[in-house]
Design a protein around this ligand. Structure first.
Ligand code: GLC
Length: 530
């Protein structure tokens, strides 16, 4: 079987905000189908679509009420088939977002389980008697704030939910849950899906005794801001990353390999060593490496985190998914300072990611360099905002509609309003305007992905060419990738005297000889090859 995902370029579509075909202000599957050419033209190989299952949408689809159907608001199973076919027609693959840690409280399994302690589905979820004082069984916290337990008045027991109370955690100690999910995997693979992005993939299995988690020593190396503070106040020794979780993937790996499909885990572990055991030959094919999302803009810190992810990619059988954004975090452009400087920084960093060993993923809108918009508290939709009153922590900033064209509705919808504000996009933020402008961020991404393709495959070895200063650079085989992440111009010897510039953020450089020393302007990046 060919590892078609290695060196491929992935793209995350946040379904509610990509393209709205039916004019209700919410993106949908037919909308994606109508925009697949944008992705093919960009040079994308793998399209990951966020959950489109029937759902109360309290976590915008990550609360699944039926794993083998499509939400009416987002389309139908026939539309899902058309999406798979449309991607395949263009030489792209399609990944379904699988949410196995929890279902919606509206899933028939949970509705049944709530009927009482003797219900046949009771053991699909995690129930415990109250602590002696009547409170929750242990000190675990929800990712979205508040306790991870809610009392079920009918039975007098608490149910576990690492996210919203309406997202009850499934009980992976129950073999029936394994059987259900194996059937779900087959359902989508038989419909032609090419694999899965696995939601909170490190979290399914819990310690059987459910002990209290110790208090965390919070390191200030990581920029917080993804989740609610009280979740970060605990060291997640017993609720996350338990030994048995990889056994789940061993079974799934067998199924995926039957279909030539890929399993990509959202394994949210920020020390690379913690990912090794997920990326064995019997484990996940790929895991995202999220640590770069938690670094401030500092060349030394970024160089270190890229090297850490690269070392991981070189020592494991599986691969690394390189990202600088997602639907869960503030946009890279904003995290890097915003505006033109933030845009140039995100592009330069993206150039570095593009040829590291592994699979780079773009999050929708990154190819346009869009910044975080202002979300007014009354427009907030993210449950993190509502549960904590912490509007500045909400994830809505990364989820506003994709700006396709200037004008009302941004080419995203014909409705006067979308489910989230349009976000004050400027004409020059849109696909239509950027497509016509060779100097745009979109044009740079298209040139980048087109330039990288003929250089592949590259040797696995990566030689890092700089240890300090603003320029971060590496060599793989005959290819050198360099970006000046500093704020001053720098002259560097990249050891590639006969090479020419295959890609440059300054496109005037493309095609010219690199010369023995290369001078890089602040935030300038190049790919050289001989
Ligand atoms: C993942 C998703 C996030 C969701 C959560 C619960 O982290 O990326 O959007 O809220 O899981 O399913």
């Amino acid at each position: 079987m060919t590892a078609w995902w290695r060196d491929a370029v992935g793209y995350e579509v946040y379904v509610r905000s990509f393209a709205d075909a039916d004019g209700d202000g919410v993106g949908d599957l037919p909308g994606i189908v109508a925009r697949l050419d944008h992705l093919a033209d960009l040079g994308v190989d793998i399209v990951w679509v966020t959950p489109f299952y029937p759902s109360p949408m309290l976590d915008h689809g990550y609360d699944v009420a039926d794993y083998t159907d499509v939400a009416a608001e987002l389309g139908s199973l026939a539309d899902a088939d058309a999406l798979v076919a449309g991607a395949h027609d263009r030489g792209m693959r399609l990944l379904v977002d699988l949410v196995p840690n929890h279902s919606s409280s509206e899933h028939p399994w949970f509705r049944s389980a709530r009927r009482g302690r003797d219900d046949p589905y009771r053991d699909y979820y995690v129930w415990r008697d109250p602590a002696p004082d009547g409170g929750p069984p242990n000190n675990w916290r929800s990712h979205f704030g508040g306790p991870a337990w809610t009392l079920d008045e009918t039975s007098g027991q608490y149910w576990l939910h690492l996210f919203l109370p309406e997202q009850p955690d499934l009980n992976w100690a129950n073999p029936a849950v394994h059987d259900e999910f194996e059937a779900i995997l087959r359902f989508w693979l038989e419909r032609g899906a090419d694999g899965f992005r696995i939601d909170v993939a490190h979290s399914l299995v819990k310690h059987p005794d459910l002990p209290d988690d110790p208090l965390a020593v919070v390191s200030d190396e990581y920029e917080a801001g993804v989740t609610a503070d009280d979740f970060e106040a605990l060291e997640h020794r017993y609720d996350l990353d338990q030994p048995g979780v990889v056994d789940v993937y061993r079974r799934w790996r067998g199924i995926a390999d039957e279909f030539g499909a890929v399993l990509i885990g959202e394994v949210y572990i920020l020390e690379a060593g913690g990912l090794d055991r997920y990326l064995t030959a019997e484990g996940l094919h790929l895991a995202f490496w999220f640590a770069p999302l938690h670094r401030v803009w500092d060349p030394a810190a970024l160089r270190a985190v890229l090297r850490e992810g690269t070392d991981l990619a070189q020592r494991v059988d599986g691969g690394v998914g390189w990202v600088q954004g997602s639907h869960d975090v503030s946009r890279a452009v904003a995290r890097y300072g915003g505006g033109q400087v933030g845009r140039e920084r995100a592009l330069a960093f993206g150039v570095l990611l593009s040829l590291l060993p592994g699979t780079p993923f773009l999050y929708q809108g990154e190819e346009l360099g869009v910044d975080d918009p202002v979300i007014r508290p009354e427009d907030a939709q993210d449950p993190i905002a509502a549960r904590n009153g912490a509007y500045d922590k909400g994830r809505d900033v990364a989820r506003t509609p994709m700006p396709w064209a200037p004008g009302p509705g941004l080419g995203f919808t014909s409705a006067p309003r979308a489910w989230l504000p349009f976000g004050d996009r400027r004409p020059e933020d849109t696909v239509a305007v950027q497509r016509a402008d060779p100097a745009s961020t979109l044009s740079a991404h298209r040139r980048l992905l087109a330039a990288r393709r003929p250089l592949l495959p590259l040797p696995r070895d990566v030689a890092w060419l700089t240890d300090d200063g603003g320029v971060v650079a590496y060599r793989r085989g005959d290819v050198v990738v360099a970006a000046n992440l500093g704020d001053d111009p720098e002259d560097v010897d990249l050891g590639a005297p006969g090479a020419s510039v295959r890609f440059g953020t300054d496109r005037a450089r493309e095609g010219s000889p690199a010369g023995p020393r290369v001078r890089l302007a602040p935030r300038e990046a190049v790919i050289l090859a001989s």
